[in-house]
Design a protein around this ligand. Structure first.
Ligand SMILES: Cc1cc2nc3c(=O)[nH]c(=O)nc-3n(C[C@H](O)[C@H](O)[C@H](O)COP(=O)(O)OP(=O)(O)OC[C@H]3O[C@@H](n4cnc5c(N)ncnc54)[C@H](O)[C@@H]3O)c2cc1C
Ligand SMILES: NC(=O)c1ccc[n+]([C@@H]2O[C@H](COP(=O)([O-])OP(=O)(O)OC[C@H]3O[C@@H](n4cnc5c(N)ncnc54)[C@H](OP(=O)(O)O)[C@@H]3O)[C@@H](O)[C@H]2O)c1
Length: 471
């Protein structure tokens, strides 16, 4: 049975997954588009508080999506509309696990949905990985996007060659940002200090290492094709293993893969013009060890062959024994993000996720009442922004099923105004939605003068100070 007061739900994390969850919970009267028709998921009024550790919302849309891809950030308009729905509150600059604890949220709210993403890295587990000059792509991306946790990173771009390890879209992003002409970046919202560093950059060559073959890149076609359009950049595909025309047929590969191979083949046959910069796509190669004394000077790389892995049914890379040294002063590992635990919540150290079934958090296999997950912390660090829409919807459906079945422990210790008071006591520098709009307005205005979408504030002190301007 559902009693008459609105359900009170906390969502932790204001990235796409958290915001899609809020959107599904605060459904407009017309309902949610599901299986080709509009249905009402929400069967009772709901109030949603989104708690976000940064003073700014939108997660990786602000801190991950590449600055030269502004069209991908347009989805925030949809989230802005959700914010205006009755029952929504934003508590920014509030970290769950530091300012408020999971057990407190469970006492204050009828349900809590964790949408905290993946704040850590997958590691290669090889010698030299911790040498200065080797960063995860996560750190590098956060640096150029002005994430306050990484704005003081001292990235040395005085080197001539960088190596990017991995063949996903993040690898494509970082290779592109390192080689994009500065006048293009000057029209983006890239962090000012990163723009200055890239303006002075001496990086001339970026080698992207894929451990498997030309057919196995995890990048998407548009991201691969974009490389070929970079002005002033030669694309080199080391292609001795590249399947020839007609050698890959639809039985072996889907249409998207065929298109990738076609693009790679086109790059491989394109004359090298001798542009100021170049990107080398090298396949069937893995780092074995990072070399250097005080900092990275290069890496030892192994040539791979592919063999069938019966456990996964995939082809896996295996070293052939042939090894070579690549000189490089900067190494970026773009081999995947990885979730980090929050004290007081179950965590799967092996997968880097909060264990769950149908979005319900599991503790040793048993559902924790009123506790849910969505997004990267549920599925692992994969999927584009839109993937989180369905993921959040599935979680919200489980929430409603539990609400109807009387499986939610209804919280009655504190009311909504009291929760805000407690949060404000814990974090006096609380940034609410008006505060974020003040930041947003200031950033856009500063950018407008220079023909840029915005100039980001990149440390928490400045962000909080700007947020207070609306008061
Ligand atoms: C570099 C990069 C570029 C990408 N580019 C694109 C692209 O161009 N197009 C596309 O469709 N997809 C892109 N993606 C994928 C997309 O960004 C993800 O699918 C999506 O952001 C995952 O959403 P999420 O909400 O699970 O996580 P996130 O976006 O990471 O959001 C998690 C939020 O939780 C907050 N948080 C974490 N811990 C706490 C805590 N303890 N308390 C409170 N808040 C907390 C974080 O600050 C963050 O705001 C990109 C991904 C990366 C890594
Ligand atoms: N423009 C966009 O839409 C955009 C931009 C950025 C990110 N994203 C999305 O965000 C998600 C995360 O992207 P991602 O690039 O971080 O991850 P990803 O897509 O999972 O790619 C990871 C890459 O790293 C390789 N790898 C993993 N472990 C390795 C190791 N030990 N040594 C060498 N290589 C290794 C993988 O190779 P194997 O295939 O051999 O495992 C794969 O090529 C993806 O879903 C992506 O599509 C989208």
């Amino acid at each position: 049975m559902i009693d008459s007061r609105p359900f009170r739900v906390a969502i932790v994390g204001a990235g796409p997954a958290g915001m899609y969850a809020a959107r599904h919970l605060l459904e407009p009267p017309a309902g949610t588009y599901l299986d080709g028709r509009l249905v009402n998921l929400a069967t009772c009024p709901v109030e949603v508080d989104v708690l976000e550790r940064l003073p700014t919302p939108w997660g990786l849309i602000r801190g991950g999506v590449a600055p030269d891809h502004p069209e991908k950030k347009a989805i925030t308009r949809v989230f802005d509309e959700v914010v205006r729905r009755p029952g929504f509150r934003f508590f920014g600059n509030v970290e769950v696990g530091r300012d408020v604890l999971p057990q407190e949220l469970s006492a204050w709210y009828d349900a809590v949905i964790y949408a905290v993403g993946a704040a850590g890295d997958t590691h290669m587990g090889i010698e030299g990985e911790d040498l200065p000059g080797c960063y995860s792509a996560r750190e590098f991306v956060a640096w150029y996007n002005g994430h306050p946790d990484h704005s003081d990173l001292d990235i040395d771009l005085s080197v001539e060659r960088a190596v990017v390890i991995g063949n996903g879209n993040v690898a494509m992003d970082v290779a592109r940002i390192l080689t994009t002409p500065i006048d293009v970046l000057e029209r983006t919202d890239i962090a000012d200090y990163a723009l200055a560093a890239l303006r002075a950059s001496r990086v001339r060559e970026v080698i992207v290492l894929g451990r498997r073959g030309h057919l196995h890149g995890a990048f998407n076609n548009p991201e691969l094709e974009e490389l070929g359009e970079l002005p002033g950049v030669d694309i080199v595909v080391e292609g001795e293993d590249l399947p020839g025309d007609g050698e890959v047929v639809l039985d072996d590969a889907d249409a998207a893969t065929l298109r990738k191979v076609d693009t790679l083949r086109r790059y491989a046959h394109r004359p090298i013009v001798g542009h100021p910069r170049r990107i080398v796509l090298r396949f069937l190669t893995s780092p074995v060890e990072l070399l250097g004394h005080d900092r990275v000077e290069g890496l030892l790389a192994s040539r791979n062959h592919l063999e069938h892995d019966p456990a996964t049914g995939r082809l896996r890379a295996r070293p052939t024994g042939e090894e070579a040294v690549i000189d490089a002063g900067l190494v970026l590992r773009a081999i995947g993000y990885f979730g980090t635990p929050i004290a007081g919540l179950p965590f799967d150290d092996h997968k880097g996720v909060i264990p769950s079934a149908d979005g319900r958090v599991l503790d040793h296999g048993t559902p924790v009442p009123g506790t849910y997950v969505t997004g990267w912390v549920k599925r692992g660090p994969n999927g584009i922004i839109g993937t989180n829409k369905k993921c959040a919807r599935d979680t919200v459906r489980s929430f409603w099923a539990d609400a109807h079945a009387g499986r939610l422990p209804r919280a009655d210790t504190v009311d909504a105004p009291t929760v805000r008071e407690i949060v404000k006591q814990r974090q006096p520098a609380l940034v609410e939605y008006d505060g974020w709009k003040a930041i947003d307005h200031h950033e856009r205005q500063s950018g407008q003068v220079l023909g840029r979408p915005r100039i980001k504030l990149t440390n928490t002190t400045d962000l909080v100070a700007q947020a207070r301007c609306h008061q």
